[in-house]
Write a new protein. Sequence first.
Length: 385
Amino acid sequence: MLLLTGGTGFLGGSFYLDAVRNGTAADCLLLIRGTDEAACRARLAKNLSRAMDRTSAEAAAGLCGILPGDLQSLATSTDPRLDAVTHIAHIAADTSFDSRDSVWQINVDGTLALAARARRMPKLQRFLHIGTAFCCGEAPHLEMVHEATPPGPEAPHIAEYTRSKAAAEHALKAAFPELPLVVARPSIVVGHTTLGVRPSASIFWFFRLLDHTGVLPADKDGFIDIVPVDWVSARLHELLRKPDLKHALYHVSAGLGSRTTWDDFAAAFAAEGHDGGTRPYICFDPKGPEGWRPFDAAFKAKFPKRDVLNRTMAVGARKYHRFVNQDIAFDNARLLAEGFAPPPAFKDYLKVCLDSQRATIAEQFVDDAAAFEFDEALTPSTVAA
Ligand SMILES: NC(=O)c1ccc[n+]([C@@H]2O[C@H](COP(=O)([O-])OP(=O)(O)OC[C@H]3O[C@@H](n4cnc5c(N)ncnc54)[C@H](OP(=O)(O)O)[C@@H]3O)[C@@H](O)[C@H]2O)c1
């Protein structure tokens, strides 16, 4: 029995669909937030319907076992199905970039509650915890980052989210050394190699905005680490099942072979036809004397309306720009040495992403806005045409 958390999310949905396709969905038990089993199944079906038609999504959502509840409820759960669990794929998290308290409650306390229940699972063989490569903190610049213990709580982080993910790894290791723990740290998960951004446009709006404004808060020789969700979820299945892994910690990332240089990024968008903007991109450093002025001016030129939507989108873009400003990628040599398939490069599936959508950048931002806790501010009437 496989216990999966996060099945109603972007990566967890892809992971569950892999199980549907490889015939193991009936062996899955999904922890889903909801009042009862029917409500949870409906939420799962709704998420899957972004990747397939409604009937197929409902059928797929009907195959697995459902455990209604949240992570925090698990520590004391007496549901007997948990005693049969052999593998855990812990994908759930609060991925909000602006939340302070809930990222700690869910990503740390929730993870520890799951671990406390896992300790009492007599058949458990592997606990796959999904971290984030950015738990390394904000310091690295123009580097290929290697797998290492995350820095301590005082290290600089762009978002409390990544700090909480670092803390979760520390806490798991310290409090549950007996668990068969493997940590997988994806880098930046964007789009799907065949479905494009239909399952989620998360972060994709920002890359369109980067191209649209033509200002890049990065080194012109720098790079970024982007991977598609279907490649990541397939690697998670392998990390969960391969019996003889050489390590207990893996980047699930583009690495040296598939990282995206800014030249490649610009060329890939150019090949699909830029929609205006400055070419070549203007590189700037937000920590330099001009600060954010180049971005503010370019943003205002492209999104002149000073409404709630555009203001919040500018704040969201600045946050992502700070990640871009690091110009880093994450070494994936450990993962590839296991014999797993290398990732495709972003430039090779950008066309699929662009062709899969008709939404404006602003509409796609709204789809992602929960990450910035803007949902209440953004009603359909605030969405620019
Ligand atoms: N996306 C990326 O670029 C990226 C990069 C690196 C690492 N990661 C990691 O990958 C994992 C999945 O990310 P994602 O992008 O798929 O996130 P997502 O789309 O926001 O999905 C988050 C999932 O976690 C569930 N969840 C949140 N709080 C919960 C709780 N208290 N109890 C039970 N379930 C809860 C959500 O359930 P509801 O539907 O009920 O909200 C949802 O299913 C996370 O661990 C994240 O840190 C993601």
